[in-house]
Design a protein around this ligand. Sequence first.
Ligand SMILES: Nc1ncnc2c1ncn2[C@@H]1O[C@H](COP(=O)(O)OP(=O)(O)OP(=O)(O)O)[C@@H](O)[C@H]1O
Ligand SMILES: [Mg+2]
Length: 348
Amino acid sequence: MTVFNFDWIKKLFRDRELEAESRSETYSFKPLPHVSFYGPAIWAVGGGKGGVGKSLIASNIGILLARQGKDVLLVDADLGAANLHTFLGVDGGRLALSSFLKEEVSDIRSLVVKTNVPGLDLISGAKDSLDIADISTAKIARLKDALRKLEYDNIILDIGPGTSSNLLDIFLMASEGIILSTPEPTAIENNYRYLKCLFLRRIKTVADQQEDGQLKDMLQRIFSEKWTQRVKTVSDILGTLDELDSSQGSMLREYIGSTNISMIVNQARRPEDSEIGNSIRRACSDYFGVNICYLGSIGYEETVAESIRLRRPLLVHYPETRAARSIASCLNEILKKGASREPAGALL
Ligand SMILES: Nc1ncnc2c1ncn2[C@@H]1O[C@H](COP(=O)(O)OP(=O)(O)OP(=O)(O)O)[C@@H](O)[C@H]1O
Ligand SMILES: [Mg+2]
């Protein structure tokens, strides 16, 4: 019996979305400046649940890109349980990202260490665990600024699990966001919440950028309570905004809906597990009104766990395994879809 079928996922997305009341007011809003940025392509690997393979994917995608001749920087943004250096089999260095966030270090470049893979550098996370919620918004903005000025082709952020606003803002620094799930209902549920919080966070940023006016009032009301905990419908908010002046309304809708978010299902054990990604993609489109892309699945393999235990990166020491090939295929999907787009800026 399959319990994780589309009906179950649809119900998860639909029922929660229907819990909030609808709104009927009309508003006007200020057009947002076009976000355009040329510099390193910033990618983020995140998700709502811990232990699903985020660091595995971030490190191995970094290795693959470096092998393709790109200058790549991996950033361990999991400050609660930083361990990306272990995936790469290197010492994390004396300084870490936490030093920059705490303003103990002014130049982010002083945190960079070389890995054993030519072209792949690393900024490790935290020497001691640091609560991301304690970091101010201004410090997150300082990080974004510093990363954008670095001279790399790609920067890959490995983000810890959870939906705190700081984590979401770090994820949304990226032009390409990759969400990891496993086939377990718990991971799917956490990722439903993660996706929803990402979209709400994006809408909130739009609200913050507005000058005083009706739209700002409405959005402020929506976000006045502890919005990550209260049920709000993404589709309801988008629907209300869609009723705005048609050209500006569609621009805002497009802005909110054009997140380059992709999903990978990791630790798949049965053929039907890989279908879960398609179901989440469809549910996202039906109930959030937002398109995400499903990159593919990676099977559960003992070699993966062994490569981590031995601190030997999968793509370096076990490149012929099915898991290694699946990771390469997911990367190809990202590059394929990126090729048809402008080298655009951050999600927010
Ligand atoms: N495809 C796979 N096959 C077998 N084991 C896997 C696979 N992917 C991940 N694992 C196991 O899951 C563990 C967690 O992986 P990883 O550290 O990449 O997850 P994470 O999402 O980064 O976790 P955290 O949220 O704690 O940072 C690995 O140590 C490995 O043992
Ligand atoms: Mg991790």
